[in-house]
Write a new protein. Structure first.
Lengths: 345, 344
């Protein structure tokens, strides 16, 4: 395999607050190839969005301590200067946010905002930039792009605004696209349109996509590789099939058991995870998931309480942070998930 | 010109002992001009002619995308909004025109749970005050005293009963939703309208609350109207499901029918758009991608409201409003050209 396009190593983001240090991202590593979609899955407070912002250089260094390494096509970004990161942002890497209404400027027309995004990175005339903008709006499926350039964000529906955001992110042909909950604020039929659009664009340009979401349906639809985050740490990292059919971390089991499925009728009871997510200020000493884990008693000698588990590879493309024995984990997974885990190895 | 079929009878007619009957309910919000007189210059037709019933102990899901009128329907049924037209009958009694005072005793029977657990609880009141409010309003004195009853309720919904003196800000989103649920069940109502009760919660917490709602339903024989945009959750919890689009019911049937063999093109598109948390099944699925945007409810399309985005629309769909009719027992659809289609 070639060198990954994005390679994140031991990324750590800490915010000092009056109550103590918030360990928002606590040693996160993952990598993405071109033409590949990596999903970062987790609930509120798992650190998934902060990870994305740190990669994009969007976290104010005065308010946070960032350590670790982020390589974009071999170039290290954590130690790079602000100007260096800025020259890459919007050009080689771009980001789509959850809420397109608050990420577009309400006072400026769509055209003006798109032209500005081009001219930051390319020295071309306004007329030419407008042409590129119009073509891009057309490309992301916005009808009447010529007229839309003169519109303001409030003139557009939620789905259209998200398309404008995607168009803006794609203006300078980025090689990495980070999409932070890109469809969460949208209706399902619009979500389906946006997923289709992202997939088509990836096929066309070979973009590496990092998809941040809590929706396991969207992940199943789009991702090649999945990183599951909990309490600021990566607790499982595996290929899409392994995550859904052979997951090995109790938190991943809990997530999959919590999601109602549209293709399964009533009377199938959900199996939620008991308890609440941990406070990022006072993280448990051992495993972050220990307070909610129903299996910690299977591990001898209070290791889950005292010792922080490492993210250990169980195969070439699957790594798990858990003290349970691999054989034990497979047995429990097979029992919890039923046939699919048994069906194939 | 729009033709209205006169044979349209209440679809609740043959289900006997309904707890709630909604018949051709309408809710319009007037749009007023800027002039001195603020004349009415149009209407937002949020809910247009919806009819359904709910029997004791059942869950009726209402799904639809933003702007389809599902929340307005819920609030109008609760009489939190004044209906513009139609009729609401609860336990055999017409409640459409009841005054505010006449509504008070009715609140014992029908309650509501809201989406946002942050804004539906008064931040200056303790949990105990919040949960005991229904007793105070209704003048009910529980035999063992209010505090004991409140603590029982808290324990029942999975809150620590010792926390009755705490304020809402000391609780997480999931716990606040449990407070809202405790308040809603305090007087043992027969019907609870749940408006997006789990959409603001994380998946692991969402599952806890869904299970709690199911347990309470079994225990107290509650009927739910479960309003949500998340089709998977609605499928999970509902016995029957109504699919709404632009203020109207497009299809109404048993939950299994809606998801396995829907008739209406909008239901086809909606169910096919929901991604399944199962990569193999998901990637094999055929998806119907709708084009265009939702039309404005101020000026809805003539005939069938879905026709502007419907892949099967024909001239008749422009001319004639399709009425909700029964295609097979208990399976209603509002479409001129319905087609059964297997999706899952």
């Amino acid at each position: 395999m070639s060198q990954p396009f994005l390679d994140v190593k031991e990324l750590r983001v800490q915010f000092p607050t009056e109550d103590g240090i918030v360990n928002a991202v606590d040693g996160v590593s993952f990598s993405v190839q071109k033409n590949e979609t990596l999903a970062i899955v987790g609930e509120s407070g798992s650190g998934k969005s902060v990870t994305a912002q740190a990669v994009m250089g969007l976290i104010n260094r005065k308010s946070a301590t960032i350590t670790g390494e982020v390589f974009l096509d071999g170039e290290e970004l954590v130690s790079a200067s602000k100007e260096q990161v800025r020259s890459l942002r919007g050009k080689r890497m771009a980001m789509i946010f959850q809420d397109p209404l608050s990420s577009l400027h309400p006072f400026y027309s769509i055209g003006r905002q798109l032209v500005e995004a081009i001219k930051v990175h390319q020295d071309i005339s306004k007329a030419k930039a407008l042409g590129i903008s119009r073509d891009m709006l057309d490309r992301v499926g916005i009808p009447n792009p010529e007229r839309r350039l003169k519109d303001y964000p409030h003139n557009l529906s939620g789905g259209m605004r998200q398309r404008v955001m995607i168009a803006m992110a794609l203006l300078n042909d980025p090689e990495l696209l980070i999409a932070d909950e890109p469809t969460t604020a949208l209706d399902v039929t619009v979500q389906a349109q946006i997923i289709e659009l992202l997939r088509g664009l990836q096929k066309e340009f070979g973009t590496a996509i990092v998809l941040i979401t809590h929706d396991l349906g969207v992940v199943a639809d789009m991702a090649d590789q999945v990183v599951v985050m909990y309490g600021g740490r990566v607790v499982e990292n595996a290929g899409i099939e392994d995550i859904y059919y052979r997951p090995e971390m109790p938190y991943t089991w809990g997530l999959l058991g919590s999601v109602p499925r549209m293709d399964v009728g009533r009377h199938e009871r959900l199996e939620p995870i008991p308890g609440q997510p941990p406070s990022l200020i006072r993280l448990p000493k051992g495993c972050v998931f220990r307070p909610r884990c129903p299996y910690h008693e299977l591990v001898p000698g209070n290791r889950c309480d005292d010792e922080r588990p490492d993210l250990v590879p169980t195969s070439a493309s699957h790594a798990v942070r858990c003290h349970l024995e691999p054989a034990q984990r497979r047995e429990i997974a097979a029992e919890r998930l039923g046939s699919p885990a048994m069906e194939e190895t | 010109m729009t033709v209205v079929d006169e044979s349209n009878t209440s679809i609740a007619a043959d289900r006997g002992d309904a707890l709630l009957r909604v018949d051709q309910l309408q809710k319009y919000f007037p749009i007023t001009g800027n002039g001195l007189l603020r004349r009415r210059i149009g209407d937002v037709r949020a809910v247009e002619d919806i009819s359904f019933d709910v029997v004791p102990g059942e869950t009726l899901g209402i799904v639809g995308e933003s702007g389809c009128g599902k929340s307005t329907a819920g609030r109008t049924i609760m009489r939190l909004l004044e209906p513009t037209g139609g009729r609401i009958e609860f336990d055999g009694r017409d409640i459409t025109k009841l005054s505010r005072r006449e509504l008070v005793p009715l609140r014992r029977e029908m309650q509501m749970i809201f989406q946002d657990p942050y804004s539906s609880l008064n931040p200056r009141h303790t949990v105990g005050t919040i949960i005991s409010a229904p007793f105070k309003v209704q003048g009910v004195k529980p035999a063992r005293g209010v505090q004991a009853e409140v603590q029982d309720l808290m324990a029942r919904v999975g809150l620590n009963p010792e926390h009755f003196n705490r304020y809402p800000n000391e609780f997480s989103g999931g716990q606040r939703q449990r407070i809202g649920i405790a308040r809603a069940i305090a007087l043992r109502p027969k019907l609870i309208v749940c408006d997006e009760p789990v959409s603001a919660l994380d998946v692991s917490i969402q599952a806890q609350v869904v299970n709690l709602l199911e347990d309470l339903q079994d225990e107290f024989q509650l009927a739910y109207i479960f309003i949500a945009h998340d089709l998977s959750v609605v499928r999970h919890i509902s016995d029957r499901v109504a699919v709404m689009y632009l203020g109207r019911i497009m299809e109404l049937a048993e939950s299994d029918k809606i998801y396995k063999a829907p008739l209406h093109p909008y239901t086809h598109a909606l169910t096919s758009a929901v991604p399944l948390p199962d990569p193999r099944a998901e990637r094999k699925r055929e998806r119907i991608i709708l084009t265009g945007d939702l039309p404005s409810p101020i000026n809805p399309p003539s005939g069938c409201v879905f026709r502007t985005r419907c892949p099967k629309a024909q001239q008749r769909c422009t001319d004639e409003i399709p009425l909700l009719r029964e295609f097979s027992p208990g399976h209603y659809g509002a479409c001129h050209f319905p087609e059964e289609r297997k999706l899952v």
